[in-house]
Design a protein around this ligand. Structure first.
Ligand code: FES
Length: 122
């Protein structure tokens, strides 16, 4: 029996395009299922809870559509908080200085996985 922590599949790398729509999923954190997303930005993958640091609501404009028109920040559709895609730091808006909750992810054989239990988006 392996002592390695179990990994949960989020999606395949082929499901994400550079600065395109994010892949939405749910993740179990502190015993609760929460909405989350993963996106490809500057050839890297970043995953966060889909929960604004201002008010804990989902942030996408349309399902999976998180980036602003210039594709430089994750923009909350509710009041316009702007987060850096690579760190989750809010650089503009009502929660400037706060951060999105990052989900640790790993790339394994063209699959994106995490240590946290993953469920399909509802
Ligand atoms: S809820 Fe996101 S900016 Fe207010």
């Amino acid at each position: 029996m392996s002592d390695l922590p179990k990994k949960y599949l989020i999606c395949s790398v082929s499901e994400l395009i550079e600065k395109g729509l994010a892949f939405r999923f749910q993740v179990e954190l502190d015993g609760k299922r929460k909405p989350a997303f993963i996106l490809k930005y500057e050839s890297q993958y970043f995953a966060y809870l889909n929960e604004c640091a201002h008010i804990p609501v989902e942030m996408d404009w349309q399902p999976g559509d998180f980036l602003d028109i210039d594709k430089t920040t994750i923009l909350c559709a509710m009041h316009g908080a702007a987060y850096l895609p690579d760190t989750g730091l809010c650089v503009r808006g009502p929660c400037k200085g706060a951060r999105l909750k990052k989900i640790p992810i790993y790339e394994q054989e063209m699959q994106l996985v995490t240590d946290l239990p993953v469920f399909p988006d509802e």
